[in-house]
Write a protein of this length. Structure first.
Length: 243
């Protein structure tokens, strides 16, 4: 891909930082490498310099790698995360933070090469998603392919049992994106949260019916589904619809 990567290495051991920096210098996809020797410094440098990728040690004093990963996910533009550690037992927890990869020390050059390839692919998907958004489309990755969905064709989105589903005029799509992430991206395009589990396209609202204990039921054009509107959202929804 055209854009080169800005990398931040986070490790409390100078030798480990130097070794990884040397290995990364062999990749033409990487433009610059910065270092941080603690979790606190990692968070600060991530906020200041906005690296594309952070190679993150797990076991560090005071602020662990997992705590750093959790903190930076709250940023507007979080970097991609690769955990780099001597401890294989943390792998399952690491992928809870959407880690691209989990490298074990001492580093294997072939595995590192595969990791760089995964990072390039992941960054390519993110860029295509942003491009799709600018064209009034949402890019969804399905089994490695990118599907561009017209925002006007999306009826609603639901988050049920750790899955996010898009209901459109053409059918249903699954995405790894959280409902909160989709809400932030699509707020300016007429989408509105009506419940902790539902985000709807205001353009397709057909009927709003009182239900129980201050809650409402909502029906959309083109869908037979009846969605619940939480009483916490009804006042703002009615204002949006100018009722």
């Amino acid at each position: 891909m055209d854009q080169l990567m800005q990398v931040l290495i986070v490790d409390d051991e100078p030798y480990n930082r130097e070794e990884l920096k040397h290995l990364l210098s062999e990749f033409t996809q990487i433009q610059s490498v910065q270092e941080a020797e603690s979790g606190e410094e990692a968070i600060m440098k991530t906020m200041q310099h906005q690296p594309d990728v952070i190679f993150l040690d797990v076991e560090m004093p005071k602020v662990s790698g997992m705590e750093v990963a959790k903190a930076i996910q709250e940023l507007k533009k979080p970097p991609l995360v690769v955990f780099a550690t001597a401890y294989p037992q943390f792998a399952a927890e690491a992928f809870r933070y959407d880690a691209v990869d989990y490298l074990l020390k001492p580093y294997d050059e072939e595995l590192l090469k595969e990791t760089i390839g995964r990072l390039e692919k992941k960054r390519g998907v993110k860029e295509q998603t942003n491009q799709g958004k600018e064209r009034g489309k949402l890019a969804i990755e399905v089994e490695g392919d990118i599907h561009y969905i017209d925002l006007k064709d999306i009826l609603y989105m639901s988050r049920i049992e750790k899955r996010t589903k898009l209901i459109t005029k053409q059918g249903e799509f699954d995405t790894k994106m959280l409902l909160k992430e989709l809400e932030n991206r699509l707020l300016a395009y007429g989408f509105f949260r009506i419940h902790k589990s539902f985000l709807v396209n205001l353009e397709h609202i057909q009927r709003l019916t009182p239900w129980f204990n201050g809650a409402y039921h909502l029906q959309l054009e083109g869908s037979k589904d009846t969605l619940s509107v939480s009483r916490n959202y009804i006042k703002a929804l009615r204002a949006k619809l100018e009722i």
